[in-house]
Write a protein that binds this ligand. Structure first.
Ligand code: FES
Ligand SMILES: [Fe+2]
Length: 423
C-alpha cells in the first residue's frame, strides 16, 4: 500500500533533534553566565544555631567545594575544602579558638584563610604568610550564615527584609530544617536549582499534583487550610493573577470561604519570588489570613544538578519549620518513608520536579497559559544575567546601604487587608 504525504503523522519520535537545557539559565560554575550573575548575591550556607564549633561541614555551592565552620571563639568561616598545603580535606580538620587546623600536617587557617601556624615547620612556619587558604566573606543574619562568592570589589551589603526585622518578645529565628541531614547545611536535593525555584511561580501544580492526582496532600485541606474549592483544576486559571513586584514576580490566587453564618468572604493567597533564588511563601498549613508574613526560603545552587533548600522564619513556635516542611504528606507519610510503589501512586514535588531530570530539557518544553509566572521569572533571570555580562548592576543588588525590603507576599481577606496589586 502506498502512503501519501497527507496520511503521514510526523509527530513520532523518529529523527528528533537532540534535546538540550538552557545553560544560561541553569549552569552555575565559575565563569558561566548564570554562575557569575549568582556570585553577585549573598547565599545561605548554614543555619546559625546548627553551626556549632564541634565539627566542620562540607558545603558545595555554585560548583565550588567549601567548608563551613565556626571557630571556638564563635566566628563563622567559609574556606576551600582542599588544604592549600597538599590538598587534604579540611572536613577532617580540627576546630580551634581562632581557626581550623588541617589533619595532615597541622597547618591552621583563620576564617579569612590566613595561615596562623604550620605545625611541623621550623618556627611554626617562617613563611606561613604565603600559604593563603582561599576563603569567602561570611555574615550572619536572621538565623542563617550567608556567604558572598563574587568579586570582592562588588560585594553588596547583606540584604534585609522588613518582615524579618526586630524580633518581638518571645520570638526567635528558626532555621534548622527538620528533615534528615538538613539541620545545619539545608536540605540537599538532586536536581537543578531552577526547577525548584520556578515551581514557586507554578500555582496550578498545587491543584493538580497535590490534590487531584495524588489526593489532598496539604495538612489542613478543608479544615484549617484552604477549602476544597481552592483546588478545582477547571476554574483555577481564572482565579490567578501574575504580576511583577519591586524585587521579582508574584501571583495571587482568589478563593471564597464560607463563614459560619452562611456568608462568604474572598481571600487571596499570594506568594512572591525575589531575584535570584528567594521564595516568600505564606503558611499553607494553618491558614491564618491577614497575619504578618514571617518565612523565607532560599534555593541555593550546589552545582548544575543539585541544590540546597534553606529556610528561616521569625516565630515564637520552635516547630514552625516542621509544620511547613512536613506538611505535604504522600499517602499520609514523609517522602523518605515511602515505598517505590507509593512514590508512583502518590507523587508530590520531588517526584514531579526530580523527574524533569537532573537539569530539565528546555528545548522539549511546550509552554502554555498557566506557565505565565514561570516565563516572567525566567525573563527576570535572563535580564539579570545580561546585566552582569554587560557590566550593569543586576536587580536586587544594592551597593549602597541595605534598606529593608518589602514583600507583597501574604494571605489577605478582601475588605480586611488590601490585596496586592499588579504593577
Ligand atoms: S595537607 Fe593540610 S597541612 Fe598538609
Ligand atoms: Fe508543590
Amino acid at each position: 500500500m502506498t502512503v501519501t504525504s497527507s496520511d503521514l503523522d510526523t509527530g513520532t519520535g523518529y529523527g528528533r533533534p537532540a534535546s538540550r537545557h538552557d545553560a544560561r539559565l541553569t549552569e552555575v560554575g565559575p565563569g558561566t553566565p548564570m554562575g557569575e550573575a549568582l556570585r553577585r548575591y549573598w547565599h545561605p550556607v548554614a543555619s546559625s544555631s546548627g553551626l556549632t564549633s564541634d565539627l566542620p561541614h562540607r558545603v558545595r555551592i555554585l560548583c565550588e567545594d567549601l567548608i563551613v565552620f565556626r571557630t571556638r571563639s564563635g566566628r563563622p568561616g567559609v574556606v576551600f575544602e582542599r588544604c592549600s598545603h597538599r590538598g587534604s580535606s579540611l572536613f577532617y580538620g580540627r576546630i580551634e579558638e581562632d581557626g581550623i587546623r588541617c589533619c595532615y600536617h597541622g597547618w591552621k587557617f583563620d576564617v579569612q584563610g590566613h595561615c596562623l601556624e604550620q605545625a611541623c615547620e621550623p618556627d611554626r612556619g617562617r613563611r606561613r604568610d604565603v600559604a593563603r587558604q582561599p576563603w569567602y566573606p561570611v555574615e550572619e543574619r536572621y538565623g542563617l550564615v550567608f556567604v558572598y562568592m563574587g568579586p570582592p570589589e562588588l560585594k553588596p551589603p547583606l540584604p534585609r527584609y522588613e518582615f524579618l526585622e526586630d524580633l518581638e518578645e518571645g520570638e526567635m529565628y528558626v532555621s534548622e530544617l527538620p528533615v534528615p541531614h538538613g539541620k545545619v547545611t539545608g536540605a540537599l536535593i538532586d536536581f537543578n536549582w531552577l526547577q525548584a525555584f520556578e515551581n514557586a511561580m507554578d500555582p496550578v501544580h498545587a491543584t493538580w499534583l497535590h490534590y487531584e492526582h495524588s489526593g489532598p496532600q496539604f495538612d489542613g485541606v478543608g479544615t484549617t487550610g484552604a477549602p476544597h474549592s481552592f483546588y478545582d483544576p477547571y476554574s483555577v486559571s481564572d482565579k490567578i493573577e501574575y504580576f511583577k513586584t519591586d524585587h521579582g514576580v508574584g501571583y495571587r490566587q482568589r478563593y471564597e470561604v464560607e463563614q459560619p453564618d452562611g456568608s462568604t468572604v474572598t481571600r487571596y493567597w499570594s506568594p512572591e519570588v525575589h531575584v535570584p533564588n528567594i521564595i516568600l511563601l505564606p503558611d499553607f498549613v494553618k491558614v491564618v489570613p491577614d497575619g504578618r508574613h514571617d518565612c523565607v526560603l532560599f534555593d541555593v545552587p550546589v552545582d548544575d544538578t543539585h541544590h540546597r533548600a534553606f529556610m528561616t522564619a521569625r516565630t515564637s513556635d520552635p516547630d514552625r519549620l516542621a509544620r511547613i516542611t512536613n506538611s505535604i504528606k504522600q499517602n499520609g507519610k514523609q517522602p523518605w518513608e515511602l515505598t517505590e510503589e507509593e512514590h508512583q501512586r502518590y507523587p508530590a514535588d520531588f517526584e514531579a520536579q526530580g523527574s524533569q531530570g537532573p537539569v530539565t530539557q528546555h528545548s522539549e518544553e511546550t509552554l502554555a497559559t498557566s506557565d505565565k509566572g514561570v516565563v516572567m521569572l525566567r525573563r527576570l533571570l535572563k535580564q539579570m544575567v545580561d546585566d552582569v555580562e554587560a557590566g550593569r548592576t543586576p536587580q536586587n543588588v544594592d551597593l549602597g546601604e541595605a534598606k529593608p525590603r518589602r514583600t507583597t507576599a501574604g494571605h489577605f481577606t478582601e475588605g480586611v487587608t488590601a490585596p496586592v496589586t499588579g504593577s
